[in-house]
Design a protein around this ligand. Sequence first.
Ligand SMILES: [Zn+2]
Length: 184
Amino acid sequence: MIVRRLVFEDAAQTFRVVLRDEVVKHMFRLCDANRTQETGGILIGSYSHDYTTAEIIEATSPPADSKFGRDWFHRGTDGLEELLVARWNSQPRTHYVGEWHFHTANVPWPSPQDKRQMKEVARDRRYDCAQPLLIIVCPVREGQWIVKCFVFPGGTSPAALRMVDDPEFDEPEADDETGSEGEA
Ligand SMILES: [Zn+2]
């Protein structure tokens, strides 16, 4: 499975979200493990000093006390506090930045329940995250996925970010390599 990092940007081009390739791979693996049930977890990462870029460096597996079904997912909390303390105390320091969900039906936008969850998160001081992100993964066909990114300023109406071409991959290919398109 060839996966490259993903970059999302808001309409005003003032805010970016960068998803590391390992993060994308981990989410795809979890979605692929059981395509009949939703899953998800939290997103851990950091912001640039000017808050214009969020880099997501970890998407967790669902905590053990999570509950899920074909078209719903309630993320549990088992072990999250300890995990977040450990990430905060490690180098580089990282912290909670949002949630990710697998939607088994091809519905790549937040459900009413998702919106309620993000509002609660934005208001819950323990998360210290006024502008949580939500990544939604949907199946397209075997081996192909849609990945969408939403930001919830103040926990209110989500803004969809659009995926942009990643300049890191615009380098011309070396002569001795045959170009090949990777399937995610
Ligand atoms: Zn959801």
